[in-house]
Design a protein around this ligand. Structure first.
Ligand code: HEM
Length: 161
């Protein structure tokens, strides 16, 4: 069970982090020139699909993460005791969970408010200051979320070493 939990955990991680890195490194630069006129539509379609899958994956990350903890030999009783969170392992896991919580809040703001609003404005009133403002804030929230994702990755790597 332990191996399967970590295996699935890593598949979910690669999907989510890989999707964000792909967006920043490939999708956004690719839509600056030839695809610029369809940018709003493209981001609405791809963004909605990616976000829908991400919100399915977030609880699965939590589930497989806790399954890995149990697989490592920590009982549910240990995990919910204060002593566990005061150990080096527990502290690192707590750091990871704090960042995970922050990432969920920022993803919510990005996926359900800023992103859809910016994409709609790009289609309805492209070029206005309001549209530019929403685009800028949306893409910065996305970038910050990617940084948080990399922070989670760092905690995850130190967790097991
Ligand atoms: C976006 C969120 C997350 C990311 C990017 C992430 C990433 C990772 C990665 C890359 C590893 C493998 C580390 C290695 O072998 O070097 C890992 C392991 C682990 N993760 Fe996560 N994780 C996330 C969420 C969670 C959550 C919510 C939990 C909740 C408990 C969790 C618990 C664990 C545990 C316990 C391990 C160690 C598994 C082992 O024993 O090898 N993770 N995580």
């Amino acid at each position: 069970m332990y191996t399967w939990a970590v295996f699935l955990h890593l598949i979910f991680v690669t999907f989510w982090l890989g999707g964000m890195l792909f967006t920043v490194a490939v999708l956004v630069p690719a839509t600056r020139k030839k695809l610029a006129p369809q940018k709003g539509l493209l981001f609405t379609e791809l963004g909605t699909r990616f976000s829908r899958l991400s919100w399915i994956i977030f609880p699965l990350l939590l589930l497989t993460g806790f399954a890995a903890l149990i697989g490592r030999g920590f009982s549910a009783e240990t995990i919910f005791s204060a002593n566990f969170w005061n150990t080096l392992y527990g502290g690192r896991l707590m750091g990871k969970l704090y960042l995970f919580g922050l990432m969920l809040i920022l993803s919510g703001i990005h996926d359900f408010w800023l992103g859809p609003k910016a994409a709609r404005l790009m289609d309805v009133e492209p070029g206005t200051q309001k549209t530019q403002r929403y685009r800028k804030v949306t893409s910065w929230v996305g970038r910050i979320n990617l940084l948080i994702g990399l922070g989670i990755l760092y905690f995850a790597v130190t967790l097991v070493r």
